[in-house]
Design a protein around this ligand. Structure first.
Ligand code: SF4
Length: 372
């Protein structure tokens, strides 16, 4: 793994105010906040894929938006090559945005239906005054499209989004992110809206680009099988906090946090014929407005101890070198029994098998959809 740190996040918080009247539990004049991201710290190194994993609403996407400065943090630090960019404004913020790009979940929404592929991919060049002539910009756009495996680029330049398949649209979005030669990319669930048969093509493209250009990624996903396939390291988020961070294989084979174990036992398997005993986590996800005191997982944790877990915020403990767990009993949680371990292994492997099965079936997306 490369050594140089590109992004370092320290004690990052994002609270969104909730207006009185929006929820019946909020009295007039009372101020409440959604604790979307609540004091998280991690770093991403050159050429590394760091995945954030967790249920929807855990704060993954907000973290991605903070790192690209599409959102302003409430407090904390985001160091990019050592410089704190958390509260940059004006020219400096524009310069930072040139180096950092985001690929969104939904290629149907992220592309303007009225812009051709050329106009879409050239837009960032115009914003950042790159390329003096139309020919120069066309050349840069063509190179980005070809890097995103839309070849020959000329076939695509003058098409509109409705003339492309879902996979091709996501490749256009990737080309748009690449055209500025970014130094860091946030990919927010980039395949979750795509047909299963074309997901692997996009995932492999992102991995190829990482190899070719050494671009580090923050990869956001709810799917641990995908995270394992893509990542060097994984961070597990629960209700705005990071509860476990380690190398991908360590998280999969040696999870310590009870929430990570529960997540592993419920890896989504898109196979209607596969029946298994899914371990449901007890209770519902608490509201990010009224976050439980102490460990925020305690109302659902089978190992919670009264008087400790419901009172004190747990420390982050390094259980093995490079493996961090936010739990009062990180080193004492009983080891998983063999049956539990086997089930988790089976779940992740099954998810991966299904991913592998689609590996060779992505040719179809390269066909151009004829205009209607
Ligand atoms: Fe469970 Fe307590 Fe650990 Fe939280 S701190 S995960 S409640 S054992």
């Amino acid at each position: 793994m490369a050594e140089k740190t590109v992004i370092k996040v320290k004690n990052l918080k994002k609270y969104f105010p909730v207006r009185a009247g929006l929820l019946s539990s909020i009295a007039k004049g009372e101020e409440k906040f959604v604790h979307a991201v609540d004091n998280i710290s991690f770093d991403i190194k050159q050429g590394e894929v760091y995945s954030l994993v967790g249920e929807s609403g855990c704060g993954k996407t907000t973290t991605g938006r903070l790192l690209t400065r599409l959102e302003d943090p409430t407090s904390g630090h985001i160091y990019f090559h050592g410089k704190d960019i958390a509260f940059l404004k004006g020219k400096e913020l524009k310069e930072f945005r040139r180096n950092v790009q985001m690929i969104f979940q939904d290629p149907y929404e992220s592309l303007n239906p009225r812009l051709t592929v050329f106009a879409t991919v050239a837009e960032p060049l115009i914003v950042h005054h790159i390329g003096d002539t139309i020919d120069e910009r066309e050349d840069l756009v063509a190179k980005a499209l070809e890097a995103a495996e839309l070849k020959p680029a000329l076939e695509y330049l003058h098409r509109f989004p409705h003339e492309l398949s879902g996979g091709q649209r996501q490749r256009v979005a990737i080309a748009r992110a690449l055209v500025l030669r970014p130094e860091f990319i946030v990919a927010d669930e980039p395949v979750s809206m795509l047909d299963v048969s074309i997901r692997s093509g996009i995932l492999n493209l992102l991995l190829d680009l990482k190899e070719k250009f050494g671009i580090p990624y923050l990869f956001i996903t709810h799917d641990l099988s995908v995270a394992r396939y893509m990542s060097d390291r994984i961070g597990v988020m629960y209700l705005g906090t990071l509860v476990e961070t380690a190398e991908a294989e360590e998280v999969i084979h040696n999870p310590h946090h009870p929430y990570t174990r529960a997540l592993l036992s419920s890896v989504p398997v898109p196979d209607p014929y596969y029946k298994r005993k899914r371990k449901k986590i007890k209770g519902d996800l608490p509201s990010p407005i009224d976050v439980p005191k102490g460990c925020r997982f305690h109302p659902r944790c089978p190992f919670a101890k009264k008087g400790i877990c419901d009172k004190k915020d747990p420390p982050v403990v390094e259980v093995e070198p490079g493996h961090f767990v936010k739990c009062h009993f990180a080193k004492d949680i009983p080891a998983m029994d063999e049956a539990m371990e086997a089930e988790m292994e089976e779940n992740v492997e099954l998810g991966e098998e299904l991913l592998q099965e689609t590996m060779n079936s992505s040719d179809e997306e390269m066909e151009i959809v004829e205009p209607q």
